[in-house]
Design a binder for this molecule. Sequence first.
Ligand SMILES: Nc1ncnc2c1ncn2[C@@H]1O[C@H](COP(=O)(O)OP(=O)(O)OP(=O)(O)O)[C@@H](O)[C@H]1O
Ligand SMILES: [Mg+2]
Length: 315
Amino acid sequence: MDNEAEYDDITTVLAIKAALESKNCRVTLLEANEELPIKLLEDKPDIVFNIAEGFQGRGRESQVPALLDFYRIPYTGSDETTLCIALDKALTKRVLSTYHIKTPKYQLISKNQNKLIGRFYFPAIVKPNAEGSSKGISDVSVVANRSELQQLVSDNLKLYKQDMLVEEYISGREFTVGIIGNGKDIHVFPPMEICCKKQVNQYNIYSYNVKQNYKEYVSYKCPADIDKELESKITSTAREIYEALSCRDFARIDFRLSPDGELYFIEINPLPGLAPGYSDFPMIAEFNCMNYNSLIWHILESALKRIGMVSKIKK
Ligand SMILES: Nc1ncnc2c1ncn2[C@@H]1O[C@H](COP(=O)(O)OP(=O)(O)OP(=O)(O)O)[C@@H](O)[C@H]1O
Ligand SMILES: [Mg+2]
């Protein structure tokens, strides 16, 4: 089951802690639960390294950042508004379409509006509108026609209790781009390609199952094997998206490139997974000679610079 998909494993929490301690930070672990407000007031952290996914609802990733803003406690990463928008895939697509960013055609299906309206091209992929870590995206999430769609949508509406995004399926290559920093210090890593090693079916979805067993199903290439022109198109689009959504400190953006060469924005993760040896972002950093501790440090340093806090931490 994928009901824990979005939560961080304790090994990730401890790896981040160890990385920060290696730079002489004094680290206290705070759980994002009902006691957090009291703990924050007692502990008075100089800055919070935020990885909280929140409890429930479309705005869940904003809960902790909003609380930190309320208490005027600085934190790493994007603010509550960016996190809130980005967790809603359809809303993000709507915002980015005003910047003329190409994204697959879509419709939202809800309990009250559970049928497609008008023409829609198949195959289509069905995903929960507000999840990450491929939660709700399985190897059977691509449907070939309306009747398959209706069955999957009605099952998923019950299972995930939220709107489902039905999106035009884009075949072709898949890239993900890591970004770190702010303003003139923004650094865009070269695109990482997720290459299929073993096919589950014809659609090659980077599904929950594939992510869990990534060594068996995919290989990663960073920099991707693409020409300079395409690389610059992908990195400049990623940067434009990062800036359009007012992302801060770091984010990861997923794309698909259709066989006719069109680049499609799939989704953005302003709170990307940081599981060492598993998540895409640390993998991108590693491919670019930035080890895990340096990555964590770069994220913190970006936040410290942005806030104007002088770093007392050893280099
Ligand atoms: N429109 C699409 N066309 C083709 N494949 C798609 C499309 N949308 C999603 N996918 C596939 O499904 C995977 C997961 O989708 P998506 O990135 O939207 O989910 P997520 O759960 O938010 O992922 P993450 O783990 O990056 O947070 C993608 O990496 C891609 O392989
Ligand atoms: Mg993704």
